[in-house]
Design a protein around this ligand. Sequence first.
Ligand code: SAM
Length: 258
Amino acid sequence: MEHNFKKKFGQNFLKDTNLLNAIVQDGGISTQDEVLEIGAGAGALTKQLSLNAKRVVSYEIDLDLKSKLLDLGLNNVKFIFKDALKEPIEEIENNFEGNYKLVANLPYYITSPLIFKFLQESKKLISMTIMVQKEVAERIIAKEGGKDYGILSVMTQFYSVPKICRTVGRQMFYPAPNVDSAVVNLELNKTRFAINEKEFYEFIKKCFSMRRKTLLNNLQGYKNFDKKQIGNLLKDFDLSKRPETFSLEKFVEMFKKF
Ligand code: SAM
């Protein structure tokens, strides 16, 4: 393919049809589904999605790919040549009549902000099936106690049930990146905990502000409470432990005490 690959846009394209089909299957895509893709690239995944879904809306930031994508002649695909991270969520979701699924081989330089944007702001998203760096996938599914467990694990598991569908070697991409990848599926489950999401996110950021410190030290000053007050409020928890030792459920219990 004639294309000047742009590292700054995270352009690592796929072409193996078996792998592309497997990703579509991982997303549970059927002919009733409306699908959002972020980062169409040369349209390899877009094409497989278009064959399996009812409709596809696909964002691409790189205008150099526009004519190539439009020439594919995919009738049930709407291409939008804009920055998906900057596009307000309402604008993105106005493209869909009902609920939709996100399937994407994500540009790695904006993986976390994109995941957070959709988990926190979407109103109609059912699931996300995304290719991410393997190391990010491991952080997403990590449970308490391990080195991979942190804000990304707690927050993705707060909003969804994540699983790794498959790992994908770097040689499957062109050009090949320096790391291996994995496809992760996140089934959204936003109503599991009836608490204020934004405040919970702020609380979790405070809990993990210093990984090597105890939870008590990290929480000092949260909502202007001093250590003694926090110790009293959270007397049922061992605050001398580090944040990564607490489960999502424990963090929710603690948050409710404030
Ligand atoms: N889907 C294609 C594939 O699997 O072969 C391309 C995937 S490539 C990893 C990521 C794509 O996202 C690139 O084409 C890149 O130009 C595009 N991209 C990067 N940043 C973007 C953004 N902010 N909004 C929309 N597309 C973006």
